[in-house]
Design a binder for this molecule. Structure first.
Ligand code: HEM
Ligand SMILES: *[C@@H]1O[C@H](CO)[C@@H](O)[C@H](O)[C@H]1NC(C)=O
Ligand SMILES: *[C@@H]1O[C@H](CO)[C@@H](O)[C@H](O)[C@H]1NC(C)=O
Ligand SMILES: *[C@@H]1O[C@H](CO)[C@@H](O)[C@H](O)[C@H]1NC(C)=O
Ligand SMILES: *[C@@H]1O[C@H](CO)[C@@H](O)[C@H](O)[C@H]1NC(C)=O
Length: 316
């Protein structure tokens, strides 16, 4: 087996960042050789039945990694005595947990007790991106599942009303840079957002403005009509960018037009360094894809757990 020196130093750097187990590409080569194809097939079938699945899986992985590292804490159910992360305040729109259960069931049938739920989620997120037209990359494996999941931990996630310094701090706490922030925010090229996630921008924005002045007026009018101040339907909202199910660089062009959906999206124009990256990614899908892959591998390597769960929804 040949492992190149650059590859080894790459693994080393990320394990230092995450201060945990080092992840490797061929972790399950002997113990569960069909893992990748089981995940790919299951995600593809689920997405064919429900177009909202890819975005849900990508967001689920992000939430997992930002709370206690990528340890599948987001998958744990609440119990009679304890409210889990997935039932916390930031859980809006989390769904498609059954796709992970379905993979886990197949994997337990063919290679019991060896594949972590955190690894399954990392693979599923990669496949979700690729299926949507995004880049493909080699997912490093060897994560362990955690035993802790608290509803109130969802406050650790960045909020859609965060400004650039709050976003920067939140990412820096996880060893992630401004470049990672800009690249990973591009995840918002797919998926759906509820009115509550951008309500702050279209109503009572501040003492002087009802509507956020950095929001494009025609988008503001559209958002106001979708999300009226009174009697907004419970599931009302909009796709995150104009090409809602296609993973591309449209997200960045929209930001340049004042059409970023959340304050946190539009905030990427308020810092010279992040603004420059937004322009670069808007101009080049290739540059965005390369940066996204690099930052996903970094985010995916935030370490957390200590066991391989038998059921992704409950600790052993
Ligand atoms: C930068 C800070 C971020 C903030 C403040 C943020 C916030 C949000 C919010 C509020 C929603 C909408 C929830 C709803 O209304 O239903 C959302 C959706 C989403 N986010 Fe983020 N997010 C951030 C970063 C990320 C990252 C890093 C990724 C992945 C790489 C990501 C992927 C997604 C996806 C795919 C959706 C759509 C989910 C769906 O359609 O089911 N987000 N995000
Ligand atoms: C989100 O949390 C609420 C309140 O605890 C809960 O009723 C809902 O089922 C949760 N949603 C998901 C997708 O887990
Ligand atoms: C969060 O929840 C955990 C477990 O329920 C609890 O021990 C802790 O005190 C809570 N923290 C805060 C800040 O509420
Ligand atoms: C962002 O918000 C925080 C908290 O409200 C504030 O202290 C900070 O000055 C703001 N930063 C920018 C760049 O607006
Ligand atoms: C977790 O919750 C889901 C949905 O409520 C339920 O179908 C499943 O049986 C639960 N699993 C465990 C292990 O608690």
């Amino acid at each position: 087996m040949a492992i190149s020196v650059p590859f080894l130093s790459f693994v080393l750097i990320f394990s230092l960042v995450s201060m945990g187990n080092s992840l490797i590409s061929n972790y399950y080569e002997k113990t569960c050789p069909h893992l990748d194809s089981i995940v790919a097939k299951t995600v593809k079938e689920a997405a064919a039945k429900d177009i909202t699945v890819p975005a849900a899986l990508l967001r689920m992985h992000f939430h997992d990694c930002f709370v206690r590292g990528c340890d599948a804490s987001v998958l744990l159910n609440s119990t009679a005595k304890h409210k889990a992360e997935k039932d916390g305040p930031a859980n809006i729109s989390l769904h498609a947990f059954s796709v992970i259960d379905n993979v886990k069931k197949q994997v337990e049938d063919s290679c019991p007790g060896v594949v972590s739920c955190a690894d399954i989620l990392a693979l599923a997120a990669r496949d979700a991106v690729f299926l949507s037209g995004g880049p493909y990359w080699d997912v490093l494996k060897g994560r362990k599942d955690g035993r802790i999941s608290n509803a109130n931990d969802s406050f650790l996630l960045p909020a859609p009303f965060f400004n650039i310094s709050q976003l920067q701090n939140n990412f820096a706490q996880r060893g992630l840079s401004l470049e990672d922030l800009v690249a990973l925010s591009g995840g918002h090229t797919i998926g759906f957002a509820h009115c509550s996630s951008f309500r702050n921008r279209i109503q009572n924005f501040d003492a002087k403005h009802d509507v956020d002045p950095s929001l494009n007026p025609s988008l503001a009018a559209k958002l106001k009509s979708t999300c009226p101040a009174k009697n907004t339907p419970k599931n009302a909202g909009v796709t995150m960018d104009s090409s809602g199910t296609t993973f591309d660089n449209t997200y960045y062009s929209l930001i340049l037009q004042g059409k970023g959906l959340f304050s946190s999206d539009q905030a990427l124009l308020t810092n010279a360094q992040t603004k420059k990256m937004v322009s670069e990614f808007a101009a080049s899908k290739g540059a965005f894809f390369r940066a996204f892959v690099k930052s996903m591998i970094k985010m995916s390597s935030l370490n957390g757990g200590q066991e391989v769960r038998r059921d992704c929804r409950a600790v052993n």
